[in-house]
Design a protein around this ligand. Structure first.
Ligand code: ADP
Length: 415
């Protein structure tokens, strides 16, 4: 079955076409037929499409909205120019899987989309005002374009964390705010953490129940997850993606009193302070230079920049703190798994995070750590290390495609 996987952002549309079915899932042999991204949707869009390993197709074209962007994607996917085997018309797309950021408490698993599900995702807009409206635009565009004959499935960033116990998801504020407004930790990056747990158990030949690990998704957004018996029992992002680790531009954990104090001192509105915490803090705010980890590491190395070093040190210390906390929370982890743009590509950050973790039995193997190639998964701790460390490139799209396939196959043949 050919699944179109869509990740609709506020001004971008990312996609993959993935061929999968029961056999492919069992053999771990799903195939990514094509991928691409439309950036700057709403103006002169920049389009990058790639089929298989062939050279990417790039163009600039005005695309008004999500619907126009999706039409362009589908037109290319089915074109002779893309030349994707078995995909010659829109009818060769059998289902669509959508990444949806917030599923609230209602959506605890991937769900076939109907009118009620769209309304449910709309209800979650309050909880994710920046993300869910964009995801909904993608869903509406795909439902219009493909019609009722092509099933659509929503895969939620929050769903993997639905297994967190109350003790992990409640904040220490009056309980009635949870009852009234559902103020609690939800957690995000769930599909990525779930993929890392899955890939880890495949690599080691373990059953799901045997997986006790701490996963670190370190990209522009960063989160840690405590995974016990294959399930999320805690995660560092909270009510919104602002909480937890130091990120590209997000502050992560901050004493809430800072908000009032800043407002008094600078005469800023709540909205302005939230903008500072979300968009001007983290690596960018600390360094005063950039949110890009690669640039910070270069500044530190080439110019000995003190603020760049400080930003990176604080980033690594915060990551280490979460690893240690979650190690204890799951009663001793087997491994720490690094992923995301930073976790997958920066041997230096991995080394600096691991440097303080020898007390938990982690011994980094410097050679393995620096020898790992881009896109490769592998062990980076010594064979004797009690707590192992791995790098696993994440693949949220694969799980979205598989969930879409399963939801559709389940509906067609309940057996
Ligand atoms: P997103 O969270 O938006 O998907 P990514 O997962 O692509 O982002 O991560 C982006 C981050 O990864 C940036 O800070 C970038 O500098 C960092 N990064 C990518 N490659 C490297 C590298 N070789 N060394 C250090 N950081 C890197």
């Amino acid at each position: 079955m050919n699944i179109l996987v869509l990740n609709a952002g506020s001004s971008s549309l990312k996609f993959q076409v993935i061929a999968t079915d029961h056999k492919a899932i069992d053999a771990d042999a799903d195939v990514c037929l094509a991928r691409g991204v439309v950036e700057r949707v709403g103006s002169l869009a920049l389009v990058t499409f790639q089929a298989g390993d062939r050279a990417p197709h790039k163009e600039e074209v005005p695309l008004r909205d999500a619907r126009a962007a999706l039409e362009r994607v589908v037109r290319w996917v089915i074109s002779p120019e893309a030349g994707i085997a078995g995909v010659r018309s829109a009818a060769d797309i059998h289902a669509v899987g959508h990444r949806v950021v917030h599923g609230g408490e209602r959506f605890q698993a991937s769900t076939l989309i109907d009118g009620a599900v769209v309304a449910g995702i709309e209800d979650c807009v309050e909880l994710a005002p920046l993300h869910n409206p964009a995801n909904l635009k993608g869903i509406r565009a795909a439902r219009e374009l493909f019609g009722p004959g092509v099933p659509q499935v929503a895969v939620f960033d929050t769903a993997f964390h639905a297994t967190m116990p109350e003790a992990a998801y409640l904040y220490g504020i009056p309980y009635h705010f949870y009852r009234r407004y559902k103020i609690r930790r939800y957690g995000f990056h769930g599909t990525s953490h779930r993929y890392l747990a899955y890939r880890y158990r495949r690599m080691l030949g373990l059953s799901k129940e045997k997986v006790n690990i701490v996963t670190l998704h370190l990209g522009n957004g960063c989160s840690a997850c405590a995974i016990k018996a294959g399930q999320s029992v805690n995660t560092s992002m909270g009510f919104t993606p602002l909480e937890g680790m130091i990120m590209g531009t997000r502050a992560g954990d901050v004493d809430a009193s800072v908000v009032e104090y800043l407002s008094l001192k600078e005469g800023l509105s709540l909205h302005e302070i939230m903008t500072i915490l979300n968009k001007e803090s983290g690596l960018l705010g600390l360094s005063g230079m950039t949110s890009d980890m690669r640039e910070l590491l270069a500044e530190e190395k080439e110019n000995g920049d003190r603020r760049a070093r400080l930003a990176v040190d604080i980033f690594c210390a915060r990551a280490r703190r979460y690893v240690a906390a979650y190690f204890a929370e799951i009663g001793g982890a087997q491994a720490v798994v690094f992923s995301g743009g930073i976790g997958e590509n920066s041997a230096e950050i991995r080394a600096r995070v691991c440097a303080g973790l020898d007390c938990l039995g982690l011994r980094l193997d410097e050679r393995r750590n620096s020898a790992l190639k881009r896109g490769q998964a592998g062990l980076i701790s010594t064979p004797a290390s009690r707590l192992k460390a791995y790098v696993i490139p994440t693949d949220e799209e694969l799980l979205i495609a598989r969930d879409a396939y399963r939801a559709v196959a389940g509906r067609r043949s309940p057996a």
